[in-house]
Design a protein around this ligand. Structure first.
Ligand code: URA
Length: 239
């Protein structure tokens, strides 16, 4: 990344102000004064100092977002706002990406990180990491649906899902449920309900493996994971 961009992204003024700091000889890379704003640095391996103070740069960033509806779970998109657009520049500088996708209209827990290994482990179909969703269903969800989901249902493309654990919180012409699944097929929760003739009208992810949605986060807000949460995710083994 360009040095002036790094300084600006980390909050050391605008790009122009960063250029001025460089011109003044205030910035060193690995102990050598660098005045060229265009110089590329890798802050994960090089030490950048400003007026003798080391600029804090972490290798990995782990963020939990309460994803709002209407925003894409992607890093960039020409026409739609993405979850990465919602991050502060000082977090964007780590080039994080969402771990898995939630539909545009789905809300709730989204892990955003630049730790590719962790993301890979959490998403690997072999790991069967459980994800729990809260949903409002148009229609009466019944014990038969619990049994059907426990066996696995056949989706519109012929795919038979792995068993899902369905809990009915409230049953009526509109039902509130929680569903835990261990896969991440496209629109899976919505399609599982379609398979039993019902429609999801609201969907929110509330957990992923050991990670639970922090309910103090408003829609669109995010926070860094605590060290404990990061450890739990890294140590997570599905029994
Ligand atoms: N299942 C869905 O149908 N949508 C999501 O966003 C996540 C799971």
């Amino acid at each position: 990344m360009r040095l002036d961009k790094l300084l600006a992204n980390l909050g050391y003024g605008s790009r122009k102000e960063a250029k001025q700091l460089l011109k003044n000889g205030a910035v060193q890379v690995d102990g050598v004064v660098v005045k060229d704003a265009k110089q590329h640095v890798d802050p994960a391996v090089q030490t950048v100092t400003l007026n003798g103070e080391t600029i804090e740069y972490k290798e990995f960033v782990y963020l939990m977002m309460n994803k709002p509806p209407g925003v894409l779970s992607a890093t960039e998109d020409p026409s739609s706002e993405t979850v990465i657009d919602l991050l502060e520049l000082e977090d964007q500088v780590y080039e994080p990406f969402p771990v898995g996708r939630l539909d545009k209209d789905t809300e709730g827990l989204l892990l955003i990180t630049n730790d590719g290994q962790l993301a890979h482990r959490l998403l690997s179909p072999k790991k069967h990491v459980p994800k729990t969703y809260f949903a409002v269903i148009d229609g009466e969800v019944t014990k038969d649906d619990i049994l059907a989901f426990a066996q696995g249902v056949v989706l519109d493309d012929g795919y038979e899902t792995k068993p899902g654990e369905l809990v009915i919180l409230k049953s009526g012409i509109r039902s509130d449920i929680e569903l835990t699944i261990t896969e991440g097929k496209f629109h899976q929760v919505k399609r599982m309900f379609e398979a039993v003739g019902k429609r999801v009208v609201y969907l929110q992810r509330i957990s992923m493996g050991p990670l639970k949605l922090d309910e103090t986060l408003e829609l669109g807000e995010y926070r860094e994971l605590t060290e404990e949460e990061v450890e739990q995710l890294k140590d997570y083994q599905v029994k």
